[in-house]
Design a protein around this ligand. Sequence first.
Ligand code: SER
Length: 318
Amino acid sequence: MKNVLVIGSTGQIGSELTMKLRKIYPSGNIVAGYIKGAEPKGELLESGPSMEVDITNAQQIADAVKKYDVDTIYNLAALLSAVAEAKPLLAWKIGIGGLMNTLEVARELKCAVFTPSSIGSFGPNAPKDGTPQDTIQQPRTMYCVTKVSGELLSNYYALKFGVDTRSVRFPGLISYVTPPGGGTTDYAVDIYYSAVKGEKFKCPIKPGTFMDMMYMPDALRAAIEIMEADESKLVHRNSFNIASMSFDPEIIYNKIKEYVPNFEMEFEPDPLRQAIADSWPNRLDDTCARVEWGWKPEYDLDAMTRDMLEKLRIKFAK
Ligand code: SER
């Protein structure tokens, strides 16, 4: 991996992954692909090349790959789960139409492709605790349908055409840099913002609802390590379960309260997000990722909470 195109570079994952790749590969072209209305700014704009790359436009993907001699594409374009439920056709167009465009360009121009899947790819019929790597995947919401379809399509391109596709099933991702939008797990980001702003948090998810979560530095490392893994050791490709922590709203609230004793929370469940959360696993089994490419998380809930609160306080003090 030396020249990389990040599609969706200004989004929640892309904005941080692009900067990390530029630090790791200082002599490579790490291209920040963006769509109109979400152009890169500041350090993201100034520290490397950027180009308009709308994932629904195959020509723009091919132009960027040719111009910068790209060998690896990170496909991070997606609508998150609650938004995708409101706009299912657009979610499919971006999630699967966009992935098809990316895979076709990768096949022709010989690129490796990373396309994240999600804890949402399983659906309500999979085992909830210790959800295995290989198990039933029958999700019922559009975001989750695009994720499991994307896994299958990516594996098809690897088997049929030899395209080096690899990915991980991300848990809810928590970061202080770029806020997510429209996800079911986003409450676990918003809760830190409320704590630091001194506001009472209105939690859209009911107590007792457990989901896998992960601090962004671990997620970025996973996205890079899977693409650098020794291919001969990979039994799986799309997508690997990865995990670091699982909690419900009360556990994260009580953890934050250890550091912000006056913090208050009340429950105001959002029926759509609650129904989505109820259909997702409580905790994934990530043994295959650990065995096949050495996955190991670094942050637990306590370490993440200390870092989130510290970084958000600095952000709001500016
Ligand atoms: N974080 C995503 C969402 O909540 C799940 O992959 O939509």
